[in-house]
Design a protein around this ligand. Sequence first.
Ligand SMILES: NC(=O)c1ccc[n+]([C@@H]2O[C@H](COP(=O)([O-])OP(=O)(O)OC[C@H]3O[C@@H](n4cnc5c(N)ncnc54)[C@H](O)[C@@H]3O)[C@@H](O)[C@H]2O)c1
Length: 252
Amino acid sequence: MRLQNKTALVTGGSHGIGQAIAFAFAREGARVAVCGNEPAALEETAAGIRAEGGEAAALAADVRDSSQVDAMMQRLVDEYGEPDIVVNSAGICEVAPFLELTEEQWDRHLAVNLKGAFLVSQRAARLMAAAGKGGSIIQVSSVNGLAAEARQAHYNTSKGGLNSLMMSMALELAPLGIRVNSLCPGFIETRLTRPLIDNPAAIADYLKTIPMGRVGRPDEMADAAVFLASADSRYMTGHCLVVDGGQLIKLS
Ligand SMILES: NC(=O)c1ccc[n+]([C@@H]2O[C@H](COP(=O)([O-])OP(=O)(O)OC[C@H]3O[C@@H](n4cnc5c(N)ncnc54)[C@H](O)[C@@H]3O)[C@@H](O)[C@H]2O)c1
């Protein structure tokens, strides 16, 4: 068990990639707090982890709201103490051509995907710094933070910004023993990607962009997150770990 006696906070822990990471962390021995803005699904996830013999708490919060993030952090400290591991997986992704992108869509994507990660990361890093025991912070970014996908200027920008935040944090927090890295998934089967996966013609076309020829799974992201969270990656900080079946290397 690679995360024994560790406390982990996973935002977006009620669904998809974050949920798979929460289960994987618990299976590696961590106490896991799942955070998100869908309370019933959060409770279900925490109950699922406990049913497997793991330790889990559900902490509802909208990551865009600093007062909710502060209250959520206080509940985490009261329940489990300071976090050792934090994963920011809360995120949204809508498609909109650049010329039709609305100010509301732009603001909402930047608020959840970037500001939310900032608020949670900064509060968690303060707790880690005060506790003096280091830590690992993982930003669930995207290949869209490293290259541009059409009709996703707002999403691409939020993930590019998240990678920049990750590097800035890694630089300032390294002397405190706090490592900060990004996990950059390619196309992963979750409810975010379900509409495309359920469209046979569209998914057949899309799979041509992935050298490995298949969609990724949340558990494959979770394996990479366990690596980044554990001592297996102890000399890594400021890194974007791309897990995408080769999608990013394909020019044509
Ligand atoms: N699925 C993919 O192909 C893919 C690829 C690259 C990156 N990602 C990133 O992975 C992360 C997880 O995506 P997913 O595919 O698991 O999606 P998902 O919809 O299954 O999960 C998103 C999670 O974020 C939470 N969330 C959304 N808005 C929130 C808010 N305001 N406050 C708190 N929680 C909020 C939801 O409750 C949910 O738990 C996202 O950041 C996404 O950008 C996904």
